[in-house]
Design a protein around this ligand. Structure first.
Ligand code: CDT
Length: 299
């Protein structure tokens, strides 16, 4: 029978700039209720799920910027997500802007939370690979200012024992870096959860634009296969504040095969039954790290 968990990848359509948390959280809870009806074990939401993808704008006013961040997790406005997880017996993963206060010093991170069936926080991850710029680029229709708004994640690449397996998280651009996957692979990861906001147009390199979907699938499928893990990639899709975003939410098997993908640009559940034991036929053969990796030869 194996260790089968039913995963619901909960793609979100656009979130307007002025949207308050209430309506977004309500959309997310509605998707969680649908996930519970198909007996999902775990529901996974995109990067910065609670707000518009605000790094597309240059925001100079700190008070305005703080509107896009959570000062506590759970907080008053996100509590309904944790309550729904508990009520429905559902695991939960979602991205958010984290405002951390370390001994009076404010730090901002692009983070994701992992929540258990009991509504308790299992852990969180802070994005390491921050694409784009610190300063607005002249002539760009949409900016990509993650370096301006976030510090580099300082928690490494943790993996947790959860949902009967070993689970890790990456956030958007992290999925393009093999060393991020390998940090999880070296901990025996069996399920990698990745939320993303990927624009369909990159003004820095428009020649890449026709390849956005291909390169997204390339890294998700290679990352899963080379680390013998299930992988779930969850998009914010549609045209958000005039910027077209890649949807293409995916669930990828340890073979590298895509087993389920989104058909729309909006709020949509993509569901697959994932047997974590399927990782074993790769972890004990072609990707038996102890038998075949040669770390001494890599330096
Ligand atoms: N959110 C995020 O990391 N997006 C990047 C876009 C890079 S183009 C400047 C991505 O890798 O999808």
């Amino acid at each position: 029978m194996g260790r089968v968990i039913t995963i619901a990848a909960a793609q979100l359509g656009p979130v307007p700039r002025a949207e308050q948390r209430g309506p977004v959280v309500a959309r997310m809870v509605a998707l969680m209720e649908r996930a519970a009806r198909v007996r999902a074990t775990l529901v996974v939401f995109p990067e910065l799920a609670l707000t518009s993808f605000f790094p597309r704008w240059a925001i100079d006013d700190d008070a305005e910027l703080d509107n896009f961040f959570e000062a506590s997790m759970p907080g008053p406005e996100t509590q309904p997500l944790f309550a729904a997880a508990r009520r429905l017996g559902l695991g939960l993963c979602f991205g958010y802007g984290e405002l951390a206060n370390r001994a009076g010093r404010l730090q901002r991170f692009n983070s994701s939370a992992l929540v258990g069936h009991d509504g308790g926080l299992i852990g969180h991850y802070r994005k390491v690979h921050l694409p784009g710029d610190r300063e607005p680029q002249p002539g760009f229709e949409h900016q990509h200012l993650e370096k301006r708004y976030f510090e580099t994640g300082d928690l490494g690449f943790p993996a947790w024992r959860a949902f009967g397996g070993v689970v890790g998280m990456l956030i958007c651009n992290d999925r393009r870096w093999p060393e991020a996957w390998r940090m999880l692979g070296l901990q025996g990861v069996e399920l990698v959860l990745v939320g993303y906001n990927t624009p369909l147009r990159n003004p820095e390199a428009p020649e890449h634009d026709p390849l956005v979907r291909f390169q997204h699938r390339l890294v998700m499928q290679a990352g899963a296969y080379q680390n013998a893990t299930w992988a779930v990639a969850v998009a914010k899709g549609g045209v958000e504040e005039g910027q077209p975003m890649l949807a293409d939410t995916l669930i990828v098997a340890p073979s590298g095969e895509i087993v389920a993908y989104s058909k729309t640009q909006g709020d949509e559940l993509v569901v697959a039954e994932c047997d974590l034991d399927r990782t074993q036929s790769y972890k004990t053969t072609i990707f038996d790290f102890a038998a075949h990796r040669k770390p001494q030869a890599y330096s």
